[in-house]
Ligand binder design. Structure first.
Ligand SMILES: [Zn+2]
Ligand SMILES: [Zn+2]
Length: 255
């Protein structure tokens, strides 16, 4: 599997960090994890085959995670690249996703739910297993961020595992979900003295890393205050049990 960071930032405009989006390339298809407004262009910048994207995961309804979905569907409806597509696009997300998309759609009769190809919107319940791509089993858990917010665990047919926390406050459930995974993609919005309970700061992310013992961690969803922090130096103070990588737009990892 290949993992590509499209946006390592937040909803705050930043010259180098787009807002949330991650591309997962597997033998069985491609998956976009969250879809901010900037991500739809970031996919093209990274020369990814967005026109044949197989599935999209929406973690929650904050605009830096879903704000690009309606524009993306408006794009695929008319783009020359998708007019001959016959393959279905599956969009997975929390309860309420369908209603929210219909509201976007009705706001100006965009009609983007009718595509040249089949489109399926699937709302998932926490702890309910589902197949997100052929041979890739997924399960999500609720996180303390918004009412609907979900973290997701992905397991490939050859036992590769990934957890994407999306936005979350501190919960030990994440350590359970991410135990021993090959890659933990974890939000670490703040360096320290976080202003809200619904995000993580470095000490908490390192606590979860120590409990979960993943093989590798990528810290992401970095607010601009990280610009003035020596990331590796601060991470090393916690003596993490594995490699901890600072997400940057364009970062590519093999899993
Ligand atoms: Zn959020
Ligand atoms: Zn966010």
């Amino acid at each position: 599997m290949k993992f590509i960071v499209l946006g390592s930032g937040t909803t705050v405009p930043h010259p180098e960090r787009s807002s949330s989006g991650y591309w997962l390339e597997t033998e069985n298809g491609s998956l976009l994890l969250d879809c901010s407004a900037s991500v739809i262009h970031r996919m093209a910048q990274e020369k990814l085959d967005w026109a044949n994207l197989d599935a999209i995961w929406i973690s929650h309804f904050h605009l830096d995670h879903i704000g690009g979905l309606a524009p993306f569907l408006f794009g695929t409806k008319y783009a020359p690249e998708t007019q001959k597509r016959t393959k279905r696009l599956n969009i997975f997300g929390p309860k309420g996703l369908q209603t929210l998309l219909e509201k976007f759609d009705r706001a100006n009769d965009y009609n983007f739910l009718e595509q040249p190809f089949p489109l399926e919107i699937k709302e998932v319940e926490p702890l309910e297993k589902f197949e997100i791509l052929p041979g890739i089993e997924a399960v999500a858990i609720s996180t303390p961020h918004t009412e609907e917010s979900l973290a997701i665990h992905l397991a490939g047919s050859d036992d590769q595992t990934i957890v994407y926390t999306a936005d979350t406050g501190l919960t030990e459930d994440l350590a359970t979900l991410a135990r021993g995974v090959d890659l933990l993609v974890m939000e670490c919005s703040f360096f320290k003295s976080k202003p809200v309970e619904t995000h993580l700061e470095l000490a908490e992310a390192m606590h979860l890393t120590r409990s979960a013992k993943p093989k590798r961690v990528v810290l992401t969803h970095l607010y601009p205050e990280w610009d003035n922090v020596d990331f590796q130096k601060e991470v090393e103070k916690f003596s993490p049990p594995c490699e901890v990588i600072e997400a940057k737009d364009g970062l590519r990892l093999k899993i």
